[in-house]
Write a protein that binds this ligand. Structure first.
Ligand code: ZN
Length: 379
């Protein structure tokens, strides 16, 4: 990891951001994946949703099949995936720590310059978010109908109906990693909503003026600004995402949550005890809102890059609160080193082998996430 991060810095200096992307987003278990005919046939009947990928951080054309990274539209088709939530990453501390991170230096600033993003993105997390949102919209425009941005419940239903008719189409949604992207202005939440943002993750690696991060220095609760942002996001029909949030923010948001909340990409302390992972009480609290917990395919979430350990975390959540609260939260293209999205049939197979029923697997692979999106998204 450290070596890879040094490459990012070097990449910034040399303008070779692709080198960093290739190195950070390796795939240990390479495609093609061996999956039984039976599991593959069942997988084809599922509507698969993944709650978190950082693909927009990189200058990759998501309409072209890439030989590196984890998600693009052709590979989504291949993996039988219907919807991907794409995170807007606008800041990343260096050196990154699991706890005690400070704001500067900021690797995304370096990456934005290295990838020649528009000048206004260089010192502005807000403009970095907007730039990535526009990238996703442009992919949809250029896709000849093969890729849609999902903004409403109607968009979601239309996508699923088109797929049911046999059309080759997949959907993308926008999620935010960290309220620092609003730069202290509530109106910027509205501007990002207009740009398509529908999943509001309050925290990333540092504390913000909205509330604490699990990886921050103070790890405090929601501030007044954070409370206003959560309320406004609720009015607009955004899903609240507590991934990376401090335990205090977690508690404060759940105290006022009126609709299901999610933790888009995480692990659980019971199988991998790190500061970013959920305690059993937190799992119960999310389940009590009707929400879902997206289990990641990365080392900080499950303590290995082994898919079996992600399944183990899913089994823990299901055992505690029921399979209806388990979802996929890969963190693809965000320093994951597990499978790419063409490996989704393998996830289906391993869930079945681990003892989940077919109905439970259908729910985990996407049904649960769809339930929450339908409950929260605007009409
Ligand atoms: Zn993350």
């Amino acid at each position: 990891m450290w070596r890879a991060l040094l490459v990012v810095v070097l990449a910034g200096a040399t303008g070779c951001a692709n080198v960093a992307h290739r190195m950070l987003n390796r795939t240990v278990d390479r495609p093609p994946y061996e999956v039984s005919d039976e599991a593959r046939a069942f997988h084809r009947t599922l509507t698969v949703v993944d709650l978190h990928a950082d693909s927009l951080l990189w200058n990759r054309d998501l309409l072209a099949k890439s030989t590196y990274g984890h998600v693009d539209v052709p590979r989504m088709h291949e993996g039988g995936q219907a919807v991907q939530v794409f995170g807007l990453v606008t800041h990343f501390p260096f050196p990154p720590r699991l706890s005690g991170n400070r704001v500067r230096p900021d690797l995304v600033d370096t990456l934005a310059r290295a990838q020649r993003w528009p000048r206004e993105t260089h010192c502005s997390p807000f403009h970095r978010a907007l730039h990535q949102a526009r990238k996703l919209a442009r992919f949809a425009e250029r896709s000849n109908g093969g890729f849609r941005v999902i903004r409403t419940r109607g968009d979601l239903d239309a996508l699923l109906e088109a797929r049911a008719r046999g059309e080759t189409v997949v959907g993308g949604m926008l999620g935010l990693e960290g309220a620092h992207a609003f730069e202290g202005k509530l109106e910027n939440l509205d501007r990002l909503y207009e740009a398509g943002l529908r999943v509001f993750g309050l925290a990333h690696f540092v504390d913000t003026d909205h509330g604490g991060s699990a990886h921050g220095t103070h790890k405090g609760g929601l501030t007044d600004l954070g409370r206003q942002a959560v309320a406004r996001a609720g009015e607009l029909g955004m899903v609240i995402d507590l991934a990376h949030s401090s335990p205090e923010v977690f508690r404060d948001v759940l105290a006022v949550a009126e609709r299901p909340v999610i933790v888009s990409h995480t692990g659980v302390k019971a199988t991998c005890c790190t500061v970013r992972n959920l305690s059993d009480d937190q799992i119960r609290a999310v389940a009590a809102t009707g929400g879902v917990i997206g289990i990641g395919f990365f080392e900080y979430a499950v303590c290995s890059d082994c898919l079996a350990d992600s399944i183990r975390a899913m089994r823990h959540v299901a055992g505690l609160v029921g399979a209806e609260h388990v979802a996929l939260g890969s963190d693809w293209d965000g320093a994951t080193t597990s499978i790419d999205c063409t490996g989704l049939p393998l996830v289906t197979q391993q869930l079945l082998e681990s003892g989940f029923t077919r109905d439970e697997v259908r729910a985990i692979m996407g049904g649960n996430a769809l339930r929450v999106l339908r409950a929260v998204l605007p009409d």
